[in-house]
Design a protein around this ligand. Structure first.
Ligand SMILES: [Zn+2]
Length: 227
């Protein structure tokens, strides 16, 4: 087996650096490797791309997306990529997803120390230099609310698209049209902070939202039929 075949094998099995090296050394012991194949090749396989990533106290992030794409031998066209941002109580991550899924996804920002909050999202977007690439954003409703600067809980106007009034219970299943959320004024309609990204950059695809919409749809049926 030569180096290329060995590399392919390790990639196919998704092996870590350590496991690739172990496999290579076992194959070598049994005489399956050609003489110029290096067992230690995997130790430094990430070196080539390390320069495009930096660390702060909280984040590990890609410092130059265009240069990283160039190192892959690709042209970076921000229209062809979406940025997926998600977080939890313990971590935040940002991954580039290819439109159409023809290219692999590329993690460009990650933290295991910070929570999903307005401040951390702001910091993350600054670190990965979002404003220069302007990918459309793919995220769940939590992140949409954070990026638009909406109040987190107990909101009267919780929808980021319209002024659906969560308190007007009697109108929920009769009124279909609600005024659109056109202006973004801090202090008005549950907007607490300035939006982190422009409105047109917000892209949105999420299962949680669809489930919620379905739920409401079904509720409206039972209401109409009186069940
Ligand atoms: Zn709405």
């Amino acid at each position: 087996m030569n180096q290329l075949a060995l590399n392919d094998l390790c990639r196919d099995f998704n092996l870590s650096k350590e496991k690739s090296e172990l496999l290579a050394s076992r194959l070598q012991e049994r005489g399956y490797l050609e003489s110029e194949t290096k067992v230690t090749y995997f130790r430094n396989r990430s070196k080539q791309f390390e320069q495009y990533f930096s660390k702060t106290d909280d984040f590990c992030y890609c410092n130059n997306v265009n240069a990283m794409f160039a190192a892959f031998g690709e042209n970076h066209n921000s229209d062809e990529w979406r940025i997926f941002i998600d977080g939890s109580k313990y971590s935040v991550k940002a991954v580039l997803l290819h439109k159409g899924n023809k290219e692999p996804s590329i993690p460009i920002g990650h933290s295991t120390k910070v929570k999903e909050t307005y401040e951390t999202m702001k910091e993350l977007l600054k670190l990965i230099d979002y404003s220069s690439c302007n990918w459309k954003i793919c995220c769940d409703l939590n992140v949409v609310a954070i990026l638009t600067g909406l109040q987190g809980g107990y909101t009267k106007y919780s929808c980021f698209l319209c002024l659906w009034d969560s308190r007007a219970d009697e109108k929920h299943f009769t009124q279909r049209e609600w005024p659109k959320r056109n202006d973004h004024v801090v202090g008005k309609s549950n907007v607490l902070k300035t939006a982190l990204v422009e409105k047109k950059q917000r892209y949105f695809s999420n299962i949680a939202h669809k489930t919620r919409a379905n739920e409401k749809f079904c509720q409206s049926f039972s209401k109409k039929s009186g069940k």
